[in-house]
Design a binder for this molecule. Structure first.
Ligand code: UP5
Ligand code: MG
Length: 195
């Protein structure tokens, strides 16, 4: 029954909105297991997987990798986590395909508790990504890919957020504040949905 399904919080927001930053903090202080779909894809690419080139191409173009790949990585990471873990799934589902793939594969085995949404204007996101790009080594932290990532986010991901919003499980947090203030609002937002 529902009680035995691992609880999942999806964390969505534009590229550079602070998903990773906030999830790391939640993981450290509240014991969530943080799974970044993007990070899992970058690791898979680095591992020499046969999907490596494909993943590389999609990421460099700011497009969404086919759901079979991202979902398999998430699923494996969940299955190899400690029993009774609570999960933060960062950067997924990014489009309708991702959502349908999740429902099909995970609908019966995991319980979506809420969808934490970080909003932030594009010019702020761009500044953050370009500044991180000086040292991140990420192939997508450049002006051109940042623009495409933002377009993909608006066209593909925002409609998914809206769909969850209609179910009333989306705390919206202003990501354009200092990290500490965002975290305070994240906690308030999660509290409002989970209590
Ligand atoms: N920073 C963070 N918070 C700040 C704040 N409040 N004030 C000032 N600075 C702040 O933060 C980004 C940068 O901003 C950092 O330098 C940070 O210090 C600073 P971060 O916490 O990393 O933001 P995040 O939202 O995690 O940004 P990220 O770049 O990871 O977001 P994306 O959604 O673009 O990247 P992701 O890794 O999720 O995906 C990358 C690509 O993988 C996608 O474009 C796509 O091609 C592919 N992908 C899929 O295809 N499918 C998936 O399911 C997932 C990914
Ligand atoms: Mg991230």
């Amino acid at each position: 029954g529902a009680a035995s399904k691992p609880p999942v919080v999806f964390v969505l927001g534009g590229p550079g909105s602070g998903k990773g930053t906030q999830c790391e903090r939640l993981a450290k202080e509240y014991g969530y297991v943080h799974l970044s779909a993007g990070e899992l894809l970058r690791q898979e690419r680095a591992s020499g997987s046969s999907d490596g080139q494909l993943i590389d191409d999609y990421i460099a173009e700011g497009r969404i990798v086919p759901v079979a790949i991202s979902l398999a990585l998430l699923r494996k990471a969940m299955e190899t986590s400690e029993p009774h873990s609570r999960f933060l799934i960062d950067g997924f589902p990014r489009n309708r395909d991702n959502m349908e793939g999740w429902d099909e594969a995970m609908g019966d085995v995991a319980d979506i508790r809420s969808v934490l949404f970080l909003y932030c204007p594009e010019d702020v996101l761009e500044k953050r990504l370009l500044s991180r790009g000086k040292s991140s080594g990420r192939t997508d932290d450049n002006a051109e890919t940042a623009k495409r990532r933002f377009q993909t986010y608006v066209e593909m991901t925002l409609p998914v957020v809206e769909e969850f919003q209609q179910k009333g499980i989306v705390p919206r947090v202003d990501g354009n504040q200092d990290i500490e203030s965002v975290f305070r609002d994240v906690l308030l937002g999660l509290k409002s949905v989970h209590e």
